[in-house]
Write a protein of this length. Structure first.
Lengths: 314, 260
């Protein structure tokens, strides 16, 4: 591996042992990922053989009894809940990060940071339970009727307010990914050289103007990376979404409707899957999910690295 | 604000900047101790002294940048044209009192052109930006070097060019006073010489306070020099007098290189 390339030929024995050791560990990570992908691919082979990959990907019917499997409702549910999560969490998390790094006294910063970390440590089943007991009744009785009353002309807010569906799943996801986005954004803002902010202030900028003109443009890529990391977490979240989304393999334009997500259906059906095609279809969904999150994580890393390079150049 | 906007008629007898009994702290560290001095309009005051003597803190009090540091505070008065700078909006003050920092801090996400006019944009000044870009870059002897690539990123410039761009950026908002905190300390000798030439020209128009580590530089560019030691103003006088016939023993020891 590349880690061995820098080691001179006559390096000390200890160095070489160390290099070999970490190469092995690094390789093990790749191996695990490879094994998972290969296992999923082999498991899903019967389903792809029967349905065809493209038909599987674009089909919207999910009926294990008739061996009809389409991934689209689950892809849709995962993307919609994740999109709600990003739309809700992004402004709050970035605002929080800006407040904590630019405005708040250090005592407040420590206090709030502690609670943000606590938020990240809450198990997702607890979030799901809270969503069911607290959020769903509020949405059903207050928020959804109000949205419908005001914005009911939009397809997004039509249909019976049930409480359960895309909206509560998305909102709970938003709360769950908030700490991820906020803490990475805080790190990005911390690496911002104080001299740049001072440069703007010395020109007669107010704090807000300095943030808008210098801080945010400088941190933009890093913040985008933070958002994509949060998105990756939202895409893969299983338990809380399963408890709140309604678990109906259907595609609805309304956020009030029930749906299903990729991780949820895998968790719910895998244990009772009947036959190689059903199991294969679930493994196929796992591959789809893996592909989506992999692409997003890779682009997040790329963005953060580009932002760091810019930092060195400055 | 209205009071601040009406600049008093220039009074030749009154210094442009007057510092009266200024004290500054970082938390419990008393960095600037009871300093009083005046700076004449269109002159260069050099502030010299060993590291940690409060030079930078002192100039940062003049445009109220000091108070932005958490835990920092100051006491005493700083008068700009007779008006207490601590009684006006700091945002407005900093347009009248520009600053150039020790390390060039061009805005990395902006082009060369946008860097120059950044202060004008921030203050929503309507003006002929193209003309200002050309004028300030010409003043800072950068125009010929960058006129063909004004839209290139500012971080593509060399360190010396970046520092001159920072000076152009400070000049674009037409301040009356220019504070320079060791503007050449991160630069090579050729870039330093250019900055010094520039300061010599700028003093026709601006009142300049420059912190420097380099005593030769202070001799070359300044009209008056103040020697700080451990937060205290030890001696303040014309540059020639301070370097050739210092009144205080500490000043003599410092300018002759016995410590520092």
């Amino acid at each position: 591996m590349a880690s061995g390339a820098d080691t001179p030929r006559h390096a000390h024995l200890g160095d070489r042992a160390f290099a070999a050791g970490i190469t092995l560990l690094g390789g093990a990570v790749l191996l695990v990922v490879g094994i998972i992908v290969v296992a999923c691919a082999r498991l899903s082979a019967p389903a792809f053989a029967k349905l065809g990959f493209f038909r599987f990907l674009t089909g919207s019917d999910w009926n294990p009894v008739e061996d009809s499997f389409g991934a689209l409702p689950f892809i849709y549910g995962t993307l919609v809940t994740s999109a709600i999560a990003i739309v809700v969490a992004m402004p709050v998390a970035i605002g929080l990060a800006l407040f904590l790094t630019e405005m708040s006294p250090s005592r407040v910063r420590r206090f709030v940071s502690f609670f943000v970390e606590i938020l990240a440590a809450i198990p997702s089943v607890v979030f799901g339970l809270w969503g069911l007991m607290v959020l769903v009744p509020i949405l059903r009785d207050v928020v959804e009727p109000a949205l419908q009353h005001r914005l009911g002309f939009l397809p997004l807010f039509q249909g019976a307010p049930m409480g359960i569906g895309f909206l509560p799943a998305g909102i709970v996801l938003a709360i769950m990914i908030l700490p991820t986005i906020a803490s990475v954004t805080i790190e990005v803002l911390r690496t911002m050289p104080a001299a740049l902010r001072e440069g703007a202030l010395a020109l007669g900028a107010t704090r807000w103007e300095a943030i808008g003109a210098v801080v945010l443009p400088y941190a933009r890529r890093g913040i985008m990376g933070a958002v994509i990391l949060g998105l990756a977490r939202a895409l893969g979240e299983t338990m809380a979404v399963t408890m709140l989304i309604g678990n109906q393999p259907e595609i609805h334009g309304s956020l009030f409707a029930a749906g299903y997500s990729l991780p949820s259906v895998i968790a719910n059906e895998f244990a009772e899957a009947s036959g190689a095609v059903h199991t294969g279809a679930l493994a196929g969904l796992a591959l789809v999910l893996f592909g989506v999150t992999l692409m997003l994580s890779a682009s997040a890393r790329l963005l953060v690295r580009l932002s760091a390079r810019r930092l060195v150049a400055a | 604000m209205n009071v601040a906007l009406s600049t008093p008629v220039a009074d030749t007898a009154r210094p442009k900047l007057e510092v009266q009994k200024l004290d500054a702290w970082f938390g419990n560290v008393h960095a600037v101790k009871d300093i009083s001095l005046g700076v004449d309009a269109r002159s260069v005051l050099a502030i010299i002294g060993p590291s940690g003597c409060g030079k930078s803190t002192f100039v940062r009090c003049l445009n109220r940048m000091h108070e932005l540091t958490p835990g920092a505070r100051s006491e005493g008065r700083v008068l700009l044209d007779g008006e207490d700078v601590y009684a006006v909006d700091p945002v407005y003050l900093r347009r009248r009192v520009g600053m150039v920092f020790q390390r060039p801090n061009v805005f990395p996400t902006m082009s060369i052109r946008d860097n120059v006019v950044a202060g004008l944009r921030l203050n929503r000044v309507r003006a002929d930006y193209e003309a200002i870009v050309e004028r300030t870059l010409t003043q800072t002897a950068l125009w010929d070097e960058v006129k063909d690539r004004l839209d290139a990123s500012a971080i593509a410039l060399s360190g010396g060019q970046q520092q001159r761009l920072c000076i152009a950026r400070a000049l674009a908002v037409e301040p009356e006073v220019l504070l320079m905190d060791e503007p050449a300390s991160a630069l090579d000798p050729i870039a330093t010489a250019k900055i010094e030439e520039l300061i010599d020209e700028l003093k026709q128009q601006y009142t300049i306070v420059i912190v420097t580590h380099n005593m030769q530089q202070a001799i070359r560019i300044s009209d008056k020099t103040a020697f700080f030691y451990m937060g205290v103003l030890i001696e303040h006088g014309t540059t020639q007098q301070l370097f050739t016939r210092p009144e205080r023993r500490e000043t003599e020891d410092y300018v002759t290189g016995k410590f520092g």
